[in-house]
Unconditional design. Structure first.
Lengths: 119, 144
């Protein structure tokens, strides 16, 4: 993996995670209310806009990444997003990590490492 | 029996959308090659028809996923939505003649095993522990 590919991979994971967390923060605000008022509340706060911004830039970094690696390799390497988002959820939203989840996280990470290290 | 068929058709549609989206992203990337950190590159990306195919596929993916999630249990839904790794790999081998090297196949197998573990974990988790599944939901919406 070249330095540019590795950098784009990291940028890609970071933006995806940031987007997911921003949407999570926007959606789980307990003061948001219901229906149209909920959408107005979300639109008046930065989270949903940060999420959208992260997603748009993620789209571009993903296309740049895919122009440098095989698609089959790219989607496998991107599976690490599942792991990073779960760990971030654990840190920021105090979600539970059961043994089965830890096992799943380790397996996904091992699979990504196999694909990444084999070029 | 009827719901079973509904889920199967729904997930098949979801996989089809996901695969089309990723193939279109790859084609867009190829046409915008080499990547540059400037507006000219962004203009190249959006000046290509495949990016619009990808965006339409995104929308289709979103609505399919949302209607499935209304009823489908999150564990199997999570696993099924990440099966796109397999369909995208097969499609890239067929259409782009990419090599399915032994290491890639091994990596894909280990990743799928991990996804099955996470799916089972979602199924058995109590209510307050289901938040990662919502994130997983958004992740699947992102089509990766």
């Amino acid at each position: 993996m070249s330095l540019l590919v590795a950098t784009l991979w990291l940028v890609n994971v970071t933006l995806d995670t940031a987007g997911q967390l921003a949407f999570k923060a926007a959606a789980s605000d307990p003061h948001a209310g219901d229906g149209a008022a909920r959408w107005r509340h979300m639109a008046s706060r930065p989270w949903i806009w940060l999420g959208i911004l992260a997603y748009v830039t993620h789209l571009l970094s993903w296309i740049a990444f895919l122009s440098l690696v095989d698609l089959s390799q790219g989607v496998l390497l991107a599976s690490i997003n599942i792991v990073v988002i779960m760990l971030a959820g654990r840190l920021l939203f105090r979600e539970r990590l059961t043994p089965l989840r830890v096992g799943g996280i380790l397996l996904v990470s091992a699979g990504v490492a196999i694909v990444g290290l084999s070029g | 029996m009827k719901t079973w068929r509904f889920y199967l058709a729904g997930f098949a549609l979801l996989l089809a959308f996901d695969t089309v989206v990723q193939l279109s992203f790859k084609l867009t990337g190829q046409h915008a090659f080499p990547p540059e950190a400037n507006l000219a590159w962004v203009a190249r990306v959006f000046g290509h028809p495949w990016i619009y195919v990808a965006l339409i596929g995104y929308v289709g993916n979103f609505f399919t996923w949302m209607s499935l999630l209304k009823h489908a249990p999150i564990g199997p839904a999570f696993a099924a939505s990440h099966l796109d790794v397999v369909t995208v790999m097969l499609a890239s081998a067929l259409l782009f003649h990419e090599a399915l090297t032994p290491m890639r196949l091994l990596g894909a197998g280990v990743i799928m095993l991990g996804i099955v573990c996470l799916a089972i974990a979602e199924k058995g988790s109590p209510q307050q522990g289901t938040a990662p599944s919502e994130l997983a939901t958004l992740d699947a919406m992102a089509g990766e």
